[in-house]
Design a protein around this ligand. Structure first.
Ligand code: MSP
Length: 553
């Protein structure tokens, strides 16, 4: 297989088209569109929790969906190992930062398969390939004349690894220790995370962020989908419009990071380091136009939007590289109404969840319960309720009763479709419309709408059973109509399972296997070959039903 990357001349930063040419045989050339999706790389000062699971599951669903759509997918996740926060966490434990990183990275790497995460690569920022990418990025910024040496004297929040000016602290509201509202400067708290900030005074290199203010505004205005959801886009615009200051991009008071090329007493600011992961994983700098760049979507949490939607695009502009197509900032989870925090000790850990629920059920719930861009609350009662009503009662039950009737009346064999009536045609039309609408919602990362739409077809299927009463048809000996009804039900369920496959890979593969009577894998399943109505032929043998979603008490 030969791959080559073709890049159209980029007049605008965002109009670079990525195609991989894949020669399957000398006569046939297949154009595959690239799809690159990323998660943030997670800090190794703490172990994975619900928030990390959430973004990674969402990215996995997109990756699986686009693979089924026939795209050449690259799905990246990884860990952010450098910076003062990680160094301090390691010091607290009396170990070297790399030892801490090695321990935590192991937790991530063993967790992702348990959650059925199908990432194509896993980037560690301590790896030589990444460090080379970061230093190359630094040199590009330097060669473009966007770096200068100066002195930084202002505030720094270690938990956020973020710089704050005196004015930003003064203008923001915080709660003082006596519970009274004060400005964050007085209480010396970070306006974002409300934890202690520290004063830094040190020599530092700066990036001319201010020089990119106008181009950033222009790009965001010209590309309405660049930052999603729309409310976040407006937030970013007003932040930029209020004036950008140059950014301090090196530190000298600790050493855990990538050294500045040519001035090794400085380490590169951890966000410059971390953001470059999206390129270093693709082989940058060795490949200047990595096949999958630009990213189709960077999925992130709302708290790290400024870094992704201001610093990162400005860096890319300076480095003369195309910008990602979209940055999607999702909301935050509370747990049973409370903010998750290390100090409260209520961070929801994956092990606790996986001990009680299948990965598929967690994946479904997290993307169904809360619209992706909004904050939401995780509660065990809500999970149980959704599971019982949507998975056990609706889809699970419809599968069971349909396969049970097919086995009871027809020994599991699909019959030929006789005449189709209005009710049949409405079901087919609904299932087909669902596929188109799901594709639109997926493009917008509107996962809850995808699931709502699929569920609507399932409810339609349940009504179809009631309206056609196959048990009556069997009793009356109306074989032609019985075959037609059972065929429509099974075919509709097959299309439902196919659309749900990215969300619940294991359960839906099992559902498809009961229907299709063969194993279902990424290699032998796609929307192109399996997405049409009528793929199952008369005479096809289905399996006996095996309950997928037993009710939870
Ligand atoms: N290392 C940086 C990201 C660098 S990307 C170039 C970082 N890491 S993090 O581990 O602190 O956070 C990773 C992600 O977890 C962020 O997107 C953040 O929004 C998300 N979440 C942390 N707590 C969360 C919730 N309670 N709910 C949902 N997501 C949350 O930031």
């Amino acid at each position: 297989m030969y791959k080559c990357h073709e890049r159209m001349e980029a007049q605008e930063w965002s109009v670079v088209k990525c195609f991989d040419l894949i020669y399957i045989n000398p006569e046939k050339i297949v154009l595959m569109q690239s799809y690159y999706v990323t998660t943030p790389i997670y800090y190794v000062n703490d172990e994975p929790h619900l928030g990390h699971m959430y973004t990674t599951i969402a990215a996995d669903v997109l990756a699986r969906y686009q693979r089924l759509s026939g795209k050449d997918v690259f799905f990246l996740t990884g860990v952010d190992e450098h910076g003062q926060k990680v160094q301090q966490a390691a010091e607290k434990r009396g170990i070297a930062p790399i030892e801490l990183a090695d321990q935590v990275v192991e937790r991530y790497q063993s967790l992702w398969p348990e959650l059925e995460i199908s990432n194509d690569d896993f980037i560690r920022t301590s790896s030589p390939r990444h460090k080379a990418g970061v230093q190359a990025m630094w040199r590009r910024l330097e060669n473009a004349g966007t770096i200068y040496k100066g002195f930084y004297e202002d505030w720094y929040c270690v938990p956020c690894e973020a710089y704050w000016t005196e004015t930003q602290l003064k203008d923001a509201d915080c709660l003082a220790s006596d519970g009274l509202e004060t400005n964050c400067l007085e209480s010396k708290l970070c306006p974002d995370c409300k934890r202690a900030v520290e004063k830094i005074q040190e020599e530092s290199y700066f990036f001319r962020l201010s020089a990119f203010q106008d181009r950033l505004i222009e790009h965001i205005k010209a590309n309405p989908d660049f930052i999603a959801p729309a409310s976040r886009r407006n937030e970013v615009l007003s932040f930029i419009e209020s004036g950008l200051r140059d950014l301090s991009i090196s530190r000298t008071t600790f050493s855990w990071g990538v050294p500045v090329p040519g001035d090794e007493k400085h380490v590169i600011y951890v966000w410059i380091d971390a953001l470059t992961n999206y390129l270093s994983a693709l082989g940058f700098p060795d490949s200047d136009q990595p096949a999958h760049w630009p990213a189709d979507v960077h999925l992130i949490g709302k708290d790290i939007l400024r870094f992704h939607a201001v610093y990162w695009p400005a860096m890319l502009m300076a480095a003369e590289l195309p910008l990602p197509k979209r940055i999607y900032a999702h909301g935050w989870w509370t747990v049973e109404g409370e903010k998750m925090s290390k100090s409260r000790g209520n961070a929801l850990r994956p092990a606790e969840l996986l001990a009680q629920y299948d990965a598929d059920v967690l994946r479904y719930f997290l993307l169904r319960e809360v619209p992706f861009g909004q904050d939401g609350d995780f509660s065990f009662s809500a999970l149980k309720q959704r599971y019982n009503s949507e998975l056990a009662n609706d889809v699970g039950n419809l599968l069971n009763r349909s396969l049970a009737m097919l086995n009871k009346y027809r020994d599991g064999l699909l019959g030929a479709v006789a005449e189709e009536n209005e009710i049949d045609r409405a079901l087919i039309a609904d299932a087909q419309a669902m596929q188109r609408e799901v594709a639109d919602y997926m493009d917008k990362q509107s996962f809850h709408l995808v699931l709502e739409r699929i569920n609507a077809v399932v409810r339609h299927g349940n009504r179809y059973v009631e309206d056609n009463a196959p048990w009556v048809l069997a009793k009356q000996g109306d074989d032609a109509r019985l075959d037609t009804v059972l065929y429509h039900l099974i075919e509709m369920l097959r299309l439902v399972a196919l659309q749900l496959l990215p969300f619940m890979p294991e359960k839906m593969a099992a559902m498809l296997e009961q229907i299709m009577n063969r194993s279902v894998t990424v290699e032998n399943c796609s929307f192109a070959t399996d997405g049409g109505w009528g793929v199952l032929a008369a005479g096809h043998q289905c399996r006996k039903p095996e309950p997928l979603f037993p009710r939870m008490d």
